[in-house]
Design a protein around this ligand. Structure first.
Ligand SMILES: Cc1cc2nc3c(=O)[nH]c(=O)nc-3n(C[C@H](O)[C@H](O)[C@H](O)COP(=O)(O)O)c2cc1C
Length: 291
């Protein structure tokens, strides 16, 4: 049986299971009482209201990697400052805050970075075979020149000297910290109505040369930022048939690597399957948005 046949069968079974589960859970008021808010469970002083919580989920589920829909409109400094504040409040190992934010407005610099993308993209394209390569070449994978602002987030690995609290045994945690700043920025930008597109198809040295980044500083993310004509509902790569979102239940293990359970065996998996469409209620529909 092929993978897609298997996925199809599993999807049918999941839908049937969900119907059965819905009725059995409806009858069970105690264990499965809906948790609207953390105040239902614990001290409510620090709980967000449902509206506030929903705003966060709305931001998360409506965030997209944007490449092709940038508008030239300027981003007001007050908006950009808020977004950068959000990035700066990311978690970091040992409170190291290893990031810097290079805000790129210069057309010339963007052109240099874009040239770096073109060269790396050509190399990357050749790695895919036949039809896949054709699909790859038709993908829009950056918006460097069209977006009004590009931001490069970096990591200074020496910011706190050789011994950083929490980094002794996993040296790369400083890099992870800068990635947390990227995600904070991405979400805050979405909440501000700004699109962000991450461009990693560029050689590190080419990027460093274009931005005059010293040897000991690591470029973590090159981001294209700007207002957009619309946000697509699904990732561009999904719309292009490149890859689909994997079923969450296949990615959750219990106690040991690769220890999976099905909905009959575990109530968490049951709940994950029940909530498979959780993101849907938060999606902002837009006429231009691709499915
Ligand atoms: C580390 C990283 C590097 C990425 N590099 C690129 C890139 O070079 N070009 C591109 O078009 N998208 C890039 N993306 C965006 C992913 O393709 C995108 O996140 C994924 O397809 C899911 O889509 P979504 O972000 O809209 O949910 C990158 C994302 C991450 C996290």
């Amino acid at each position: 049986m092929t993978l897609s046949q298997k996925t199809g069968l599993r999807e049918t079974k999941r839908r049937l299971d969900r119907r059965v589960l819905y009725f059995s859970i409806k009858g069970n008021t105690l264990e499965n009482k809906p948790v609207e808010n953390c105040a239902d469970l614990v001290n409510q002083d620090f709980c967000f209201t449902q509206e506030e919580r929903d705003a966060l989920y709305k931001t998360i589920f409506n965030r997209r990697d944007v490449r092709g829909q940038f508008k030239p409109d300027a981003i007001p400094d007050e908006v950009l400052a808020r977004v950068l504040q959000a990035a700066h409040h990311a978690p970091s190992v040992g409170f190291m805050q290893p990031w810097n934010f290079i805000v790129i407005r210069s057309k010339e610099t963007k052109l240099r970075v874009h040239q770096g993308f073109v060269e790396a993209n050509e190399e990357a394209a050749k790695l895919f075979k036949a039809e896949r390569q054709e699909t790859y070449r038709n993908l829009k994978l950056e918006g460097i020149k069209e977006s009004p602002i590009n931001i490069c987030i970096t990591c200074d690995r020496n910011r706190c000297g050789p011994h950083v609290l929490g980094r002794t045994h996993i040296k790369t945690t400083d890099l992870y910290s800068s990635v947390c700043a990227v995600q904070n920025l991405w979400l805050a930008a979405r909440a501000e109505g700004l699109g962000v597109g991450w461009v990693s198809i560029i050689k590190q040295q080419a990027l460093k040369d274009a931005l005059n980044i010293p040897d000991d500083i690591v470029p973590i993310a090159y981001l294209c930022v700007g207002y957009v004509s619309h946000f697509n509902k699904k990732p561009d790569l999904e719309n292009a048939g490149w890859r689909k979102r994997l079923p969450l239940e296949d990615l959750v293990f219990f106690d040991q690597w690769n220890e999976q359970r099905n909905a009959e065996e575990d109530s968490l998996i049951k709940q994950i399957e029940l909530d498979a469409d959780f993101s849907e209620q938060f999606m902002q529909y837009d006429e231009n948005a691709l499915e």
